[in-house]
Structure formats: C-alpha cells, structure tokens
Write a protein that binds this ligand. Structure first.
Ligand code: NA7
Length: 558
C-alpha cells in the first residue's frame, strides 16, 4: 500500500492478527466492489503471535483445533510439527495464510492509530496515525486484540533501572539467551501464563548465573504434555480428521476440544473422582482445566477438593517444602483464573540457581539502578529485568486511541482520568457495554472481533464466527443500501445485563485477574467488571443467529 496522507475506504480493519486477517480475507471476498484495507501497528501479520517472542512462547490450545477452518486447501498442505505449536510455528502459519491470499498488499504496517472521530453528517469515521496520516472509512472493524496493550508494573523506579529491561511482548530481536544471558543475573517479575513459560525456558539455560522469580500471586498451573505430531498422524488428520476436530469444537461450550464431565464432583466416590483427575492430569492440554466435573467452578467445596489435588501435585514436584508452599495459590481456587499449562515449571525451582521471591510475604518497595529492593530492604542484584506483567486486557487497546464517537463522546475512561470535557465515556470506569459483544452504543458502523462480551474460548473459532456475523450484517447493509448501523440502547442494555447475569455464581468472578477486568498497573482498573461472556459459545452463536433471523432486531439502520 503506498504511503499517502489520506486514504478512503468502505471498510477499514485495524489490527492484522488472527482477527484482522480473517476479516480481511472474508470481507474482501464477499464485497469485491468495496475498498477494504487494514492497518497494523507491527511490522508483520500475526498479532500476539508476532509480538510475543519470549523464550518458551507456545500455544496451549491444540494447534490442529486452532487453525483456520475456512482454508481447506492450506489445511491439506500444512504440517503442524507439534501438538502445541511454538510461537515461531504459529507465526509461520498465519504468515502463510496472508501470503497465500495476497493479504499483505492490503495491509499498511508500522502504522499505529492514535485517534478516531465519527462524523455524523458524512457518516464516516476518520482515523489518524502517529504521523497524522488520515484514513476515512464508512465501516470500521476493530481487530485490536484483547491482549495487545502491555503493561509495566506500577512500581517506583521502573524507568531508572540501568541494566537491560523489557516487557515479554517486546522481547529484543536477535537476543540469544545462551550468548547474551551467559553469566548474568536475570530477574523476572510476573508469574502468569507468560511468566511461567519464560521462567521455565530460562531455567533450562545452563549458562545463566541466577534466575530470580518475583511472584506476587502464585498461579495454578498444570502440565501441557506436548508431543510431536507424527507424519502418519498428520496424514490422518488431513484425510477427514479436521472435520471431526472442528465439529468437536463446535459442540463444546468453549470452542476447545475439551468438555466438562457432566457429573458433579460429590456425586462420584472419592476413588472415581481422583481417578478422573489423574487421567486428566496425565493427558495433554486444557482437559485438566475444562474437562473436570461440571460443578468445579461454581461449587466451592468441589473446587476446594480439586485444588487440593493440584496442590499435592505441586508439593510432589518441588523439593523444598517452603518453596512449594509459596508456589501453591492461597487466595483463589484452581481454574478460577486462566490456567497456564507448563512444561517443567515446578521442577525449575529445584535448580540451585533459581530463586523464588514471594512478594506476598514481602512486596517490592522499588526498583533501584541495578536491583530490586523489597519492603524489608532486602536487595536482589539483577543485570536483566524481564517484565512478564501482562496486559491492559480487553479494553486496553481501545484506551490507547483517543475516541470521539457519536456526539463527541470518548469510548473508554474513568473518573479521575483528567479529561478536559465532561462528556460521559461510553464505557465509564473501563466497564464495557455492548450488543452481542460485536457493537458498542454510540459507535456507529463499528464492529468488534474478540471485543468485550464475546465468549471465552478458542480464539480462532470465535474469530471465524464473529467475522461471519459481521460479514452478514454488512451484506444486509449493502443489500438495503444502508450506510449507517448502530445498536439500539435497549438491545445494548439487555445484552449487557444478560452477560452480567451469566457471570453470576462463577467462582472466577470473585477473583482479580485480567479476565475480570482488573489490572493494578492501570489507573482506574482496580474494580472487577464483567468483560467476557461466560454463557457458552453455543448459546452465543444461537443468539447471534436469532438476531439475524429477526431481521437484525436490536440494530438501527439508516
Ligand atoms: P497475566 O496473566 O496478567 O500475568 C501477569 C503477572 O504479572 C501476574 O503474575 C501478576 O501478578 C504480575 N504482576 C503484574 N503487575 C505486577 C506488579 N506491579 N508487581 C508484581 N507482579 C506483578 O499476564 P500474562 O502475560 O502472563 O498472560 C496473559 C494472557 O496471555 C494469558 O492468560 C494467556 O491467555 C495469554 P498478580 O497475579 O496480578 O498478582
């Protein structure tokens, strides 16, 4: 795409991760007469699979179930080397999709959007990038990603550290841990899914002098059990296996290959219970999170029993009992946060050069020029400091853009954010309101893929569905010659209320995590909100279809 000052589109997609390239492929195919473009902040396609290049980065959804189902030809060509792909393999696959369908030509890379404003007279959006290039479009599809705005810890001294320091999603290009970390003291802050993968990979690098893990909240984690995919196995998947895989995903509540056991935990004998848990523990993938008894995440007693089973597993894997105790979560039950799957995480702490600093006992006071200093003045010298401190999730990518939506309203905000005007943000206090998780009020002609209030689950399965729904709405607009679509307020209220209702009773909603909209490093994001739809993916698809069958009841067109 040539450099220019002003571009005009019928549909502009922002973000070229899984959502963006799926949108670009389908919309371009369905509306060949329209000008459709895509803007991406990074230098390549891939989204999270482009940015997250930290050592050990790997998907913990089965690759075979994560592939795009629409490109049957590529599925026949492609060989997944492992059950759970590395970042490099995931990225190679997404790049191949983009190359095969000539998507690169329609993507403008290295372009970060800073502002967006809706013109109610012209009924168009105008976006501006950091260099003040402008892009005007009738329809806008947000593919901004829900884990794309990295956050550094709000700890004093973060910017004064004189050694090498970076967030895991900004891993320096060409950094070779064997060469560049040899003989060095490495510190990692954060023990979420990213921290757990990074720490495990670094612990296996023998040339590192010391690895110090700063853990604020212990996370429940369980074995990934990755395996190579043999040639014959891959052949079998190509010869009919994919259909079964995608069908299993379609029938599952989350879009993953794993489905809960319909029995309740206390309905079965203790022996049967443990046998089921052991089986899941020894199998690959998310079964140990999602294949458990159906009441595990709503019944406190059931959850406690399962958590105890998992705590015993941790104790059996960590030699030092005090360290094991620190690694067992205290304030939340198993599976009430996103469960990271690991490949030797607990064994990492048996190595003499790996140290665990339990910040629950003593928090970090500040970061000094070459060390991390705790509240009790204990000091840990580090040469390299790695922030595995997560993301301003779900609403964060929206917060990074200055929005002037309908009537000049900002999109995201919170009391005390220093805004000059007093217009109420559409999502005050980072609390999203949406219609079907696809559209937001006062945001005409805007659609979101993997936005707030879409169901939790297998991302690619959700993306393909969302893109098909959006594509149908756009086809409806094209057919009726509508140039304006916005959700009606009652429909937004009803759906948002339904999302909140569905979340009730889930133990996960009593826990702070990115999934409940909490991030202490982001101003105003300290109160839990319901950011994801916890009704099932099946129910979600039914509701989207019902809306279509009712002539898009809840949407207002002009
Ligand atoms: P997460 O899961 O949000 O984890 C971030 C980690 O960083 C977590 O352990 C945090 O502790 C820790 N953290 C954050 N801020 C601080 C401060 N200020 N001090 C100490 N520790 C801190 O992000 P990930 O990148 O690991 O994973 C995000 C998702 O990406 C993951 O779920 C997958 O779906 C892919 P806390 O728990 O807040 O106490």
């Amino acid at each position: 795409m040539p450099a220019c000052d002003k571009q005009t589109y019928d549909v502009l997609i922002i973000g070229a991760g899984l959502s963006g390239i799926c949108s670009l492929y389908h919309l371009r195919k369905r509306f060949p007469q329209w000008r459709i473009g895509c803007i991406e902040a990074g230098s390549d396609v891939g989204g999270v699979w482009h940015w997250n290049r930290y050592p050990g980065c790997r998907i913990d959804t089965e690759s075979l179930s994560y592939a795009f189902s629409f490109d049957k030809e590529l599925l026949q060509e492609w060989s997944w080397p492992e059950t759970f792909s590395t970042q490099a393999d995931m990225h190679a696959y997404i790049k191949r999709v983009a190359e095969k369908h000539d998507l690169y030509d329609d993507i403008r890379f290295n372009t970060r959007i800073k502002s967006a404003s809706w013109d109610d007279d012209e009924r168009v959006w105008t976006f501006a990038d950091e260099n003040n290039n402008r892009y005007t479009t009738r329809f806008f599809v947000s593919c901004l990603g829900f884990l794309s705005a990295p956050t550094l810890p709000a700890i004093e001294g973060v910017h004064g550290f004189r050694g090498q320091a970076f967030h895991t999603s900004c891993w320096p290009a060409n950094l070779d841990i064997g060469r560049d970390f040899a003989g060095k003291n490495i510190g990692v802050i954060g023990t979420g899914a990213t921290g757990i993968q990074t720490i495990t990979a670094l612990s296996k690098e023998t040339s590192i002098k010391s690895l110090t893990v700063f853990q604020r909240t212990a996370n429940w984690s369980a074995p990934l059990r990755n395996t190579k995919i043999a040639r014959e196995q891959m052949e079998a998947v190509r010869n009919g296996g994919y259909e079964g895989i995608f069908q299993t995903c379609a029938n599952s509540l989350t879009g993953f290959l794993h489905t809960a056991d319909p029995r309740k935990t206390l309905e079965v004998t203790p022996e049967e219970r443990v046998a089921h848990w052991e089986k899941l523990y020894n199998e690959p993938g998310f079964g140990k999170w999602l294949g458990v008894f159906s009441d595990t995440y709503t019944n406190r007693e059931a959850n406690t029993l399962y958590s105890e089973f998992m705590a015993d597993k941790i104790r059996s894997r960590v030699n030092d009992s005090e360290m094991a105790q620190s690694l067992i979560p205290k304030n939340h039950g198993f599976g009430t946060r996103r469960v990271p799957l690991e490949s030797g995480y607990y064994e990492a702490f048996n190595k003499p050069n790996v140290h665990l600093v339990d910040l629950q006992k003593t928090p970090i006071a500040h970061i000094a020029r070459s060390s991390v200093v705790l509240d009790n003045a204990e000091e840990y010298e580090v040469d390299v400091l790695i922030y595995a401190t997560g993301f301003d999730a779900i609403t964060g990518a929206f917060s990074a853009v200055h929005w002037r939506a309908k009537n000049g309203r900002p999109l995201v905000g919170f009391a005390g954010d220093g805004r000059q005007d007093n217009r109420e943000p559409i999502w005050p206090d980072h609390r999203p309101s949406t219609f079907l998780g696809l559209m937001a009020p006062a945001m005409p002609n805007t659609f979101m893929v993997l936005g707030p209030h879409q169901p939790f689950g297998n991302a690619t399965r959700s993306v393909e569905h969302a893109v098909s729904v959006i594509s149908d709405v756009l086809a409806f607009c094209a057919e009726k010659d509508y140039e304006y679509v916005e959700p009606e307020q009652w429909a937004v209220d009803e759906w948002t209320q339904h999302v909140v209702e569905c979340s009730k009773g889930a133990l996960a909603n009593e826990v702070d995590s990115w999934m409940t909209g909490v991030n202490n490093n982001v101003k105003g994001k300290t109160v839990r909100s319901v950011a994801r739809y916890s009704g099932s993916a099946i129910e979600y698809r039914r509701r989207c279809e019902e809306c279509k069958q009712q002539g898009y009841k809840g949407l207002q067109f002009a």
